[in-house]
Design a binder for this molecule. Structure first.
Ligand code: AMP
Length: 632
């Protein structure tokens, strides 16, 4: 383990030299004058004074050597479309898109909101923003109009880019309709909406003067050359919203230089992908994994990336492995939930294709249970690498580093800290370090390494308050996750310390879902908790108090209100947040000061002991939860 240990030790003890070396992996138009400015803790500025551009580094600089190499391979099993873009093709498309955006007045520092299905145009739009020095905010297509409107009002985009529709499991999923609805309720809607018309929604409405067609703009601008806007390293490159304990999502802000250096470092040292090799990440561009390892990581590195629209089991459960065979992917990145879905299928599908190119399967986003890890390891015969990180970090916090040293892996553990992360496990409350094997909160001693969030968009105070004020008298970043560390230094992540739940690898705030449920006019009060699920890790479960109990007098009445609540969540937040079950009670368990006892409810829902109940206001409330859970 010496090689890895030296590597990590050096990243902290000899920080400047370490990151200076890594920074040489990207191009700088103007060299930086200092590796780090940490004069205003906890705000860190990496590669101070250096000017660079993400699009130049992800596209232009590869043209001389890799112009004819595939940059982006696209495959949709939903529409049957396939496409390959070499670095030269990508350069042409990104320039065309940058010209389109520039013609709408988009320039340095302007926001562009991208609400798109998995189509190549989404990648072109992201890179075009980077080219112009504009800031993109990609919103996952599963979010409903009301969530989209919240993000529009926070980011205030000048332009939005969308599509008529996506497809899931063969059914069209409207996008443009939701954009129209979001723009209607938002206070600061964009001046223009550019639409990629895939011909999937014949009834798509258009707003004259505001809506523009991608294809006609493209025809006008293709062939244009747009110079890269060189920006100072700390200038924001993107905003990505993520859920927390409050109802309002936070805009995680990423810088430019640190972001590029961290991602290319991770591509080599963690993901073991060299320029010219192929990486296949099965996430969606709306999530951080998609940003980092479908788009920026592979392209900054001069590798080939795969963009896949479709389910892992359609047309059959061999589709991913067929893509691996066709593209000779070396590294795959997916989620434990996806593997659990495949585990339910005939394992013969895993053996149908030649997987000899594949070396690594990285899994992240949620705890990787041992049976799933063992099953996929046995089925594929490649290294299965658990890695732990968050939207905020942008790249792994904990991971094995096969690019540095092939250390043995332990099932259930994402191994060790990545470069620049000073990981500590602290006792809740006091912030004292825990002993070996003891549970503590995963905390990071600032400065956070390159690539991590630099602030919360538009709200420096919230950045400090949310992440750095968990432990009294200590300025440390809290991940809000529990973990233990064994005697060999391996970490084991146990779950969240807060009321955030993880559904199929996606983070959802229970407060956010509660607010969505309460948008139903008949609901007086609600508690939402995450309950263990064999496939998705966790699913939301709601316990609601209705204003008019007579509506629950019959089984049909109960079913009707339940359906209305689920529809309300679909409409307010999106189907990903829909409770798997809605139970009705007349009282919720609370402390005497009125705080919901979510932990106790969750424990009961998972068949565990509800824990310390000395502060409960009315114990009969828990009895009601028990009864609700027992009734079908
Ligand atoms: P997100 O920001 O949506 O990517 O969610 C990040 C959260 O997912 C983390 O704070 C953890 O709670 C959880 N998570 C991510 N990766 C892992 C992992 N490898 N093991 C356990 N939990 C994980």
């Amino acid at each position: 383990m010496e090689r890895y240990r030296d590597y990590h030790r050096r990243s902290l003890a000899d920080r400047d030299a370490f990151w200076r070396e890594k920074a040489a992996l990207i191009d700088w138009q103007t060299p930086f004058t200092a590796t780090l400015d940490y004069s205003r803790p906890p705000f860190a500025r990496w590669f101070v004074g250096g000017r660079t551009n993400l699009c130049h580094n992800a596209v232009d600089r590869h043209l001389a050597e890799r112009g004819t190499q595939d940059a982006l391979v696209y495959r949709s099993t939903e529409t049957g479309q396939t496409a390959r873009y070499t670095y030269r093709d990508l350069h042409r498309e990104v320039n065309a898109c940058a010209a389109m955006l520039r013609a709408q007045g988009v320039g340095k520092g302007d926001r562009v909101l991208i609400y798109m299905p998995m189509v190549p145009e989404a990648v072109f739009a992201m890179l075009a923003c980077a080219r112009l020095g504009a800031i993109h905010s990609v919103v996952f297509g599963g979010f409903a109009a009301a969530s989209l409107a919240l993000r529009i009002d926070d980011a205030r985009p000048k332009v939005m880019v969308t599509a008529d529709a996506g497809m899931r499991g063969g059914k069209p999923v409207p996008y443009k309709h939701l954009v129209d609805e979001a723009c209607r309720v938002a206070t600061h809607p964009p001046a223009h909406v550019i639409i990629v018309d895939r011909g999937l929604d014949r009834d798509m409405p258009r707003t004259a003067g505001r809506d523009l067609d991608w294809a006609s703009l493209h025809a006008r601008h293709v062939g244009a050359e747009v110079a890269c806007e060189w920006v100072e390293s700390s200038e924001p490159s993107y905003i990505l919203y993520t859920s927390g304990t409050t109802g309002k999502p936070k805009g995680v802000q990423r810088d430019t230089g640190g972001h590029a250096v961290a991602l290319i470092t991770s591509m080599r040292d963690i993901f073991c992908v060299q320029p010219g090799e192929t990486m296949f990440t099965t996430s969606d561009i709306g999530w951080v994994v998609g940003h980092s390892y479908i788009v920026y990581g592979p392209l900054l590195n001069g590798s080939t990336t795969i963009m896949y629209e479709g389910l892992p089991i359609r047309p059959d459960p061999a589709i991913w492995w067929q893509i691996v065979e066709e593209t000779k992917a070396k590294t795959m990145f997916s989620s434990p939930t996806a593997i659990r879905v495949l585990k339910k299928q005939d394992p013969a599908f895993m053996r149908r294709h030649d997987l000899s190119s594949l070396r690594y399967l990285f899994l992240a986003g949620e705890p990787l249970d041992e049976p799933t890890a063992r099953w996929v390891f046995d089925a594929l015969g490649v290294a299965v690498v658990d890695n732990y990180w968050q939207t905020e970090s942008g790249w792994p916090i904990l991971a094995a580093h096969p690019g540095i040293e092939d250390t043995p892996r332990k099932f259930g553990s994402p191994s060790f800290p990545a470069a620049g992360y000073d990981v500590q496990l602290l006792k809740e409350g006091t912030g004292e370090p825990v002993a070996t094997g003891e549970k503590g909160v995963v905390a990071l001693q600032p400065p956070l390494p390159p690539g991590c969030l630099t602030t919360v968009w538009g709200d420096d105070a919230r950045f400090v308050r949310t992440y750095f004020e968990t432990f009294p008298g200590k300025l440390v970043y809290s991940t809000f996750d529990w973990a233990t560390r064994d005697a060999d230094g391996y970490y084991f992540v146990l779950g969240r310390t807060d009321d955030v739940i993880n559904v199929a690898g996606h983070r959802l705030g229970t407060r956010e879902i509660e607010e969505a449920v309460q948008a139903h006019p008949g609901i007086a009060e609600v508690a939402v908790v995450g309950v263990g699920d064999a496939v998705k890790g966790q699913v939301p479960m709601a316990f609601a108090v209705v204003k008019d109990p007579s509506r629950l007098a019959s089984a049909e009445g109960v079913a009707a209100v339940r359906q209305e609540v689920m529809d309300t969540v679909d409409r307010e937040l999106g189907a990903i947040a829909r409770p798997a079950m809605v139970h009705f009670v007349s009282l919720l368990p609370k402390t005497r000061s009125g705080k919901l006892l979510r932990r106790s409810i969750q424990a009961l829902a998972e068949g565990r002991d509800p824990g310390d109940l000395t502060t409960i206001e009315d114990p009969s409330a828990l009895e009601q939860i028990r009864r609700a859970l027992a009734s079908p």
